[in-house]
Design a protein around this ligand. Sequence first.
Ligand SMILES: Cc1cc2nc3c(=O)[nH]c(=O)nc-3n(C[C@H](O)[C@H](O)[C@H](O)COP(=O)(O)O)c2cc1C
Length: 181
Amino acid sequence: MTFDEIIANRRSIRKFKKDPIKEEQIEAILDAGNKAPSAKNLQHWRFHVYQGEAKNNLLKFILKEFDKIAEPGVSKYARYSFQIMDEAPVAILVFSAQVMDHPARPDIQSVSAAILNMLLKAQELGIGSLWICDVLYIDEVIMKHVGAEMPLLAAISLGHPNESPESRTRLTVDDVTTWFE
Ligand SMILES: Cc1cc2nc3c(=O)[nH]c(=O)nc-3n(C[C@H](O)[C@H](O)[C@H](O)COP(=O)(O)O)c2cc1C
C-alpha cells in the first residue's frame, strides 16, 4: 500500500469484528504514535491499552457513568461512541503527560500528531480505527477510575473492520487554502 493509498483509504470505522488484534500489530501502532513530532520533543503522549476483560470492564464502567450524566439531544451520539468502543477488541486511552501553558496547547497538538500516526499505521496493517473524543464528557471520572493523574485527551478503538464506509465529504484544497506570493 502506498502512502497516498493509506491516506486516501483510511476511514473512521464504527463496526468491528470481535477477533483480537495481534500483539505485535498493537505494538507497531503504538510505535508509530511514539515517532510523531512533538513540541520541544516532550513526547507528551501516554497510552493505556485495554483488551479482553480489562477492556470489557472499562467500557461497562464508562457506559454506567455516562448514563448518569446523559442528557437528551447531545448525548445519544456519545453513547454510540462508547458502544463502538465496547464492540472493538482494543481500546486505547490517550493522555497528555505535560500540559503546556499556552492557549494553543502544544501538548494537545503533539498528542494529536501521535494519534494520526497511529490511525495511519493501523490502516497500513488493515486494522480499522476510530478517534474518539466523546470520552471527554466524563474525562475526570475515567481518569480517577484508571488512576491517571494526567488529562485524558482521547480514546482510540482498534479492531478488524466489519464495514467499508464511503469517504466522508471534504472541502476542496482551494476551499481551505489562501495562497500568498
Ligand atoms: C478530534 C476528533 C474527535 C473525534 N471524536 C469522535 C467520537 O467521539 N465519536 C465518533 O464516532 N467519531 C469521532 N471522530 C471521528 C470523526 O467523526 C471522523 O474523523 C470524521 O467524520 C471524518 O470521517 P473519516 O475519519 O472517515 O474521514 C473524531 C475525530 C477527531 C479528529
